[in-house]
Each structure stands twice: as C-alpha cells, then as structure tokens.
Design a protein around this ligand. Structure first.
Ligand code: ARG
Length: 418
C-alpha cells in the first residue's frame, strides 16, 4: 500500500486509506555553516526525527554560500536555501537604526540585534512554504540572540514550535566535535575555538578568548574591518534625504552600497572599533569588541545633520526615545507594539532631515567638520555677534526675569542659597 504525503496537509501528516497518519515532521533551522548548526542539522534529524530545512539568510556576513549549501546537505539536511536579504536588511532594518542614531548603552550600533529579526522573518516565511511546524536556531542559553529570535518568531507566528538544540543538548565543544565524527558530519573545526564572531553589513561582533578578561587588550588578529592602512586627511561628504543616506561625495548609491563603501574607506583609517562591557538582556555583563566603521560614520553624520534640522524640543524628546528604541531592539523587541509606536515618532521626525555632512578622516579618527541643509534652522542673523544681528536684545531682559521668577520668589521667602 502506498501512502502519499498529503499536499494540503501540514508536513508531518499523510493520508493513508483515508486515515491521517504521522510521517516526518519538518523544522526550518537558521543555518550558519558553523560547527553548532551543522551538528544541529544531524541532531534534529537523529534525536528528534525532523526533516531539516537549513536556511541561511545573507545579511552581508560574507563567506562561500555554495560551500555552505554543500555542508548542510552533507550533514543530512532535507533541503537548503540561501536568501539574499542584504537590501532588505539595509533598507528596512539598518535604515531605522540610522534614523534612531541607535547606540545601545551609548556605544554599540546593534549589529547582531538588527539582523535577528530579519532572519526570524525569513525563518517564519520558510516554515510556511515548507509546511514546517517548527523553527530552530543555534543560540546558546546565555546570550541575547535566543531572545531576539524567539520573541520575533512568536510575534510573527505564535503557533510555531521553537527548538533550540544548542541550548538543549548541553554539549561542550568537544562533545559537538565527537558527535559530528560519530555521525559522519563534515566539519572544519578544531577542539579549541577561540572566538565567537557574528558579522553582517552593519559590522562585526567578536567575543570570547582573551577578551573574557575585561582588562586584557584584544589580540590584534581579531580585527578585520578596521586595519589601519592610511592616515592622510580625507574629506567625505554624506548626503541625506529625509533621514536616509543617499549619496557619498555626490555618487548616488543604494544604502547597502553606501555602507559597503564606508566600511572600506572608514575602516582603512582604523576607525570604528568599539571595546566595551555591556549589559546583556539575560543579566550577564559581557566584554564585547565590535568593528562598525560605516555605522559609526553614518550615525555621527546623521545626528549632526539633525542638529541643524530639528527644533529644540523635538531634538531633546527624540534623544530620549531613540535611547529607548535602541534598548528595545537590543532586547529583541523589534516586532512589538511599543517599538512600532516609537518608529512612527522617529519616522515623522525625519521629514526635514535633508542635507550634507562633511566628515574628516585623519590619523585614526573621524569627526564632523561641516553641515548644511535647505531646511537648516541655523539663522546667521540670530546667531551672529556682528552688525547683521537681528536678535531683539531688549526682549531678553523680561524673558530671563520671568524664566527665573519661581527661583527668585522661593529665595525671597526661604532665604538665599549659599
Ligand atoms: N553582544 C552582542 C549582542 O548581543 C553581539 C552578539 C553576537 N553574537 C555572537 N554569536 N557572537 O548583540
């Protein structure tokens, strides 16, 4: 008797003589090609009986995707897919971070935090296409990324099951290698792995090894995007339209191209390194080293342009909200009602943020040296001290008296402050 997998049925069921029977269940795994997710392909099949769809989302991490596909199939994947999400990532995720001048704890441009929601979106889409009942990721139980994946997945499809093999199996690195050897999974990993690295077009995060001592210098070999090869004074003009970077030195490019261009240029001055101890969502303080040359340059330029385009009260409130926005996104709340409401505020604030910013790269540093905008609120005739001054000096006396009236009244009644 032949049983066909029912096309209209979810994966995991088949109709046999009119009776619905369980067949293979299917899971979509976020696949990086590394040791953990390669072992996870096998583990999910052998231990949990899943057909594994390995999905890699290209957010600009680089690497050989043909090799990666081969690895996934060798590890026993039922199917493997690579989705090119570079432009989607730049336009719909990184752009929002630029608008928000997003720096978690005032320093970290949210490199990994931004990529997890876009990967989650593709996992959920693939789960629908492959009729999978579950999705899986290769995060450990100690990091932020598990939070970001799982909160995003549940926001996008609350009925999907989530499997986290690495958090569940309790393998040491050696155990994983032994498991791979035992099940004939081809890996190119050594028993001693020094660093945990995550990379996309917005930057690179490096953890572990010597850097676990917050006092120790990161070994020079960990850097890839910020190796200084030049120091000559170089001017770069970044132009924005409604808060979006649209050209560099007059050359219009897509956002992904602008980021790629600035990563190379700014990185060649050794600019864009961040060395910090950050507060993870799961309560751990961790030493992190980042390289994010384009992010640092674009956020510096964008926020400087806002200084001439935004009215004072809006500028100050925006600062408060953008810090909250960065915290929410760091915490995995990309798809959440509060974050979406903040987005509406932030997007509205950008209507007039159009103009050019002149950045100077020199030595191992970057700074803003000039800014201009057709919407600039900078008014020479108000700011100047020369004869063109149109500021009504006489108005200041009454303004200052009334501004300080409450303090004056209080001092008269309660005694003066010493
Ligand atoms: N600490 C950073 C964050 O939470 C980077 C995480 C990078 N992930 C990794 N697997 N190395 O966003």
């Amino acid at each position: 008797m032949e049983c066909l997998e029912g096309k209209s049925e979810p994966a995991g069921t088949a109709i046999c003589d009119g009776v619905i029977e369980l067949t293979n269940k299917r899971v979509v795994l976020a696949y990086s090609g590394g040791l953990d997710t390669s072992v996870a392909v096998k583990w999910l099949s052998v231990e949990l009986g899943y057909e594994v769809v390995a999905l890699s989302v290209d957010v600009g991490q680089g690497g050989d995707f043909d090799e990666l596909k081969k690895r996934a199939m060798d590890a026993g994947a039922y199917a493997v897919e690579v989705v090119d999400a570079k432009d989607e990532f730049a336009e719909n995720f990184v752009q929002d971070a630029i608008i928000a001048n997003a720096l978690y704890e005032g320093k970290y441009p949210l490199v990994s935090s931004l990529s997890r929601p876009v990967i989650a979106r593709h996992l959920v889409d693939a789960a629908t296409r492959y009729e999978a009942t579950a999705v899986a990721h290769g995060c450990t139980g100690k990091g932020n990324d598990q939070v970001r994946f799982e909160v995003s997945i549940r926001a996008l499809n609350p009925s999907l099951e989530i499997v986290a093999p690495v958090r569940t199996w309790g393998f040491s690195r050696e155990d994983s290698i032994d498991y791979a050897e035992k099940h004939d999974v081809k890996i190119n990993a050594t028993k001693q792995k020094l660093y945990s690295i995550d990379q996309n077009l917005w930057g690179r995060a490096i953890e572990c090894g010597e850097m676990e001592d917050p006092w120790a210098s990161p070994p020079v070999g960990v850097y890839e995007m910020t190796i200084p090869t030049r120091t000559d004074r170089t001017e770069v003009i970044v132009s924005f339209e409604a808060g979006k970077p649209v050209s560099v030195d007059g050359n219009r490019m897509s956002l992904a191209e602008i980021i790629g261009h600035l990563n190379l240029l700014v990185g060649s001055f050794g600019v864009g390194r961040i060395d910090m101890v950050e507060n993870r969502r799961v309560g751990i303080k961790s030493r992190e080293v980042y390289e994010a040359p384009a992010a640092i340059a674009l956020i510096a330029a964008h926020s400087d342009l806002e200084d001439i385009c935004l009215e004072r009260e809006l500028a100050h409130e925006k600062r408060r909200i953008q810090n909250e926005w960065a915290r929410l996104v760091y915490d995995g709340m990309w798809f959440s009602p509060l974050k979406q409401s903040y987005d509406a505020f932030l997007k509205h604030s950008q209507k007039f943020v159009t103009g050019d910013v002149r950045l100077i790269l020199e030595g191992n540093s970057l700074h803003v040296e000039g800014r201009r905008s057709p919407n600039s609120l900078y008014d020479y005739s108000l700011a100047t001290y020369d004869s063109a001054d149109l500021f009504r000096h006489a108005d200041a006396e009454g303004f200052v008296r009334i501004f300080g009236l409450g303090v004056q009244t209080w001092a008269a009644k309660q005694g003066t402050l010493s």
